[in-house]
Design a protein around this ligand. Structure first.
Ligand code: GUN
Ligand code: ZN
Length: 436
């Protein structure tokens, strides 16, 4: 494969600036990224690096900001068509809007159609990697993985375990394990895919199924554990009522062997200090989903509490409870949620959470998220002039101001190009129907 060069303003944040300080921000105002076989092989100032690569074919993007591809640390592909469903909080919203929509994924043709749309939507928004809920149906994961393989995206997903789900959307203990194992065996080592053992949440699995999920997790050291935790007060009360012996919500999962370094807990809004401390000790990660938490009225995630305990955090859109596929918009909403908690979320830190922070909680921190040499070349070209208002706001502005404006005012319109493993995967201004 020939070497490819990408010249633009480069920006990445490999470590959490809240812990590692401003040195974690890497910025080349006129930079060059050199890519071979989908991997970053060199990165630096254009004037320094270009002379070392005489015959390099260079794509130049003046005025664009090149950042790592976004990582969506929690999203539901089968809920794509139910985004913006009005009028209820979590448990009623699930019953009224979500469970009927997910039941339709018994049809693999429907699953394939939604999976393709969903992944194209991620790419339009600059998201190149995601941890994704499918449905209870084994074929829903096949549909997503096939579509992700065709796009060479880094997607981690798994069949949802829910033997106490509604009658139309329920598996059994034996069937749930067999389908999970079949999927793990079928997809192991293919493309850039990974498997997550996915009990929906404590309320939709029997004790036996939660214990079986723990057993699966210990039998498959490469798999993640992906579930929901402490999102809504009605949910938390129902968990406390059912699991009377548990110390708290996290302890329910802990008793079944589900709390460890490969576990990702979406939401984690109403955690006690004990739960946060336990999560830190276990090195589990949290997917902070601000647009979802506001939309469902779930509450305000306490990032400062997670920071005090040193818990790793990524950002999730959580569509369909989330209201946008854009990680830019999600960073903007994260800022507002933190404001409500008297924490000022720095835009460089927000970018970390949406890239390397998410990669880290997915166990992918060495491969994606920072565009360091040796990492995979998934990246996005952001356009600070994408809308008349953005252009006005960013005229003559500092990097800090431009990045923050992109987070507060930007969305898919600000994503000019998305590259996956060094290849074009989305071009905003391509003629309709022409793709990249
Ligand atoms: N808890 C259990 N299932 C779900 C879901 O589909 N969405 C959200 N936001 N929370 C959940
Ligand atoms: Zn969710």
């Amino acid at each position: 494969m020939p070497l490819l060069g990408f010249r633009a303003e480069l920006l990445s944040v490999a470590e959490d600036p809240a812990a590692a300080g401003p040195e974690s921000v890497r910025h080349e105002p006129d930079g060059l990224l050199v890519v071979e076989d989908g991997i970053v092989v060199a990165r630096g100032a254009y004037v320094d690096l270009a002379p070392r690569y005489q015959d390099l074919s260079v794509a130049h993007f003046p005025g664009k900001l090149l950042v790592p591809g976004f990582v969506d640390a929690h999203v539901h592909y089968p809920q794509t068509e139910r985004i913006a469903s009005h009028g209820a909080q979590l448990l009623e919203w699930l019953e009224r809007h979500i469970f009927p929509a997910e039941a339709a994924f018994a049809d693999p043709v429907h699953a394939g159609s939604v999976a393709a749309f969903f992944l194209d939507e991620l790419l339009r928004n600059g998201t190149t990697s995601a941890l994704v809920f499918a449905t209870v149906h084994e074929a829903s994961v096949d549909a997503l993985f096939e579509a992700a393989l065709a796009r060479n995206m880094r997607i981690v997903s798994g069949k949802v375990l829910m033997d106490l789900g509604p009658p139309t959307l329920r598996d059994g203990l034996v069937e749930g394990r067999a389908a999970s194992e079949a999927l793990i065996a079928r997809w192991r080592g293919r493309g850039r895919l990974g498997y997550a053992i996915t009990p929906r949440f404590a309320l939709t699995s029997s004790d036996a199924q939660l214990a079986d999920a723990g057993a699966l997790l210990s039998e498959h050291p490469e798999a993640l554990l992906h579930t929901h935790l402490s999102e809504n007060f009605g949910e938390i009360a129902a968990v406390a009522e059912r699991f009377t012996g548990a110390k708290d919500y996290l302890d329910v999962y802990d008793r079944f062997g589900l709390v460890g370094p490969r576990s990702v807990f979406a939401h984690s809004i109403h955690l006690t200090a004990r739960e946060m401390e336990r999560m830190a000790r276990a090195r589990s990660g949290i997917a902070f989903c601000p647009t979802s938490n506001l939309f469902l009225g779930s509450g305000l995630f306490d990032l400062a509490l997670a920071d005090r305990h040193g818990v790793g955090v990524g950002l999730g859109t959580d569509v369909g409870a989330g209201t946008s596929f854009s990680l830019l918009a999600t960073m903007g909403e994260a800022y507002k949620v933190c404001q409500m908690r008297s924490l000022s979320l720095d835009p460089f830190r927000a970018l970390y959470l949406a890239t390397a922070g998410g990669a880290r909680i997915l166990g992918l921190g060495d491969r994606i998220g920072a565009l360091e040499p040796g990492q995979e070349a998934d990246f996005v070209l952001l356009d600070p002039l994408a809308t008349p208002l953005l252009a006005r706001r960013t005229a003559g502005a500092s990097l800090h101001e431009r990045l923050f404006a992109l987070q507060v005012l930007g969305d898919d319109r600000a994503v000019a190009f998305t590259f996956v493993a060094g290849r074009p995967a989305h071009r905003r201004d391509s003629p309709p129907g022409r793709g990249a």
